[in-house]
Design a protein around this ligand. Structure first.
Ligand code: AMP
Length: 283
């Protein structure tokens, strides 16, 4: 496995992976790799001839007062995991490789970035779009692997690819969870033991919402209230949203017919967690 820690080295190394007819996959990450990331890498290794994993804690997708400085950084462990997963190349760029003109987001995200996370984390998706577009430009992958865990992000990237006509196939991989349902996240490391126990309330709220829909409940407010009440009973949490939305626009939806997306974002102490559940078939 090769590690490129600069853009210059990436440019020298990529042609060796890009023999004629090969399929190149990319898995963009911010590192602190867990089983969720590793499942994306496994999908990529199975689908592609060569796989690049990028590890870059992207400053422009963190808002003021968010956890950019505290975000876990475990490069040696990450490299060992990538090596044993048979990744060809890990790209760990410098800030100046990604932002030669200074760390500012330069891409206006598509409309699907506006609700939910867009309202709670202003500027977040502009940062995501800017860094992902730059990674795509530098690596020129055929396929890009993203997790359903960050469902709205996948919709934003899909729109970015479509509106810019990038020749990249987006592959969305299922959310990996612990046995008690908590979606794996690098931020789970911040949770105290009691918060960790309470954190299952996100998945339980989604399961309740899903059950209500399956049982025929069609009033959005009723489903959202049930999810909020479950979370409030489980934990002293600050809820950003517990929402029923369209899986294509992420705008509120009256669930007369699935498919629909149930999405939650909750602060437990200092830690902000998100999770989602798709009900019915994606169009
Ligand atoms: P991050 O390092 O948090 O930016 O995540 C990098 C990629 O891993 C994103 O596409 C995430 O959606 C994906 N990911 C994070 N957690 C999980 C999980 N529990 N299951 C599947 N994919 C995940």
């Amino acid at each position: 496995m090769h590690v490129s820690s600069t853009l210059q080295d990436l440019r020298l190394t990529l042609p060796k992976l890009r023999a004629v007819g090969t399929t190149l996959g990319v898995v963009p990450t911010m590192g602190a790799l867990h089983e969720g990331h590793m499942s994306l890498i496994e999908y990529a290794v199975n689908r592609c001839d060569s796989v690049v994993v990028s590890i870059f804690v992207n400053p422009t997708q963190f808002g003021p007062g968010e956890d950019y400085r505290d975000y876990p950084r475990e490069l040696d462990r990450d490299l060992a995991k990538c090596r044993s997963a048979r990744v060809e190349l890990v790209y760990t760029p410098n800030i100046s490789d990604m932002y030669p003109a200074g760390a500012r987001a330069s891409i206006t995200p598509p409309p699907v970035a506006e609700p939910l996370e867009g309202l709670c984390r202003p500027g977040h998706f502009a940062g995501v779009c800017t860094v992902v577009h730059e990674l795509f430009r530098q690596i020129k992958p055929d396929l890009a692997f993203f997790g359903q865990k960050d469902a709205q992000q996948t919709a934003v990237i899909a729109a970015l690819i479509e509106t810019r006509r990038l020749p990249i196939q987006l592959v969305i991989c299922p959310t990996v969870r612990t046995e008690d349902g908590l979606a794996l996240s690098s931020r789970n490391a911040y949770l105290s033991p009691s918060e960790r126990m309470q954190a299952t309330c996100l998945a339980r709220a989604l399961a309740l919402g899903r059950q209500l829909v399956m049982d025929g409940e069609r009033r959005r407010a009723t489903i959202e209230r049930a999810m909020v009440e479950l979370i409030q009973q489980a934990a002293p949490a600050r809820i950003d949203y517990a929402a029923v939305v369209s899986p294509t626009t992420y705008l509120s939806l009256d669930p007369s017919e699935p498919p629909l997306m149930l999405a939650v974002a909750v602060h437990l102490g200092q830690t902000r967690l998100i999770d989602n559940c798709l009900v019915g078939q994606h169009p």
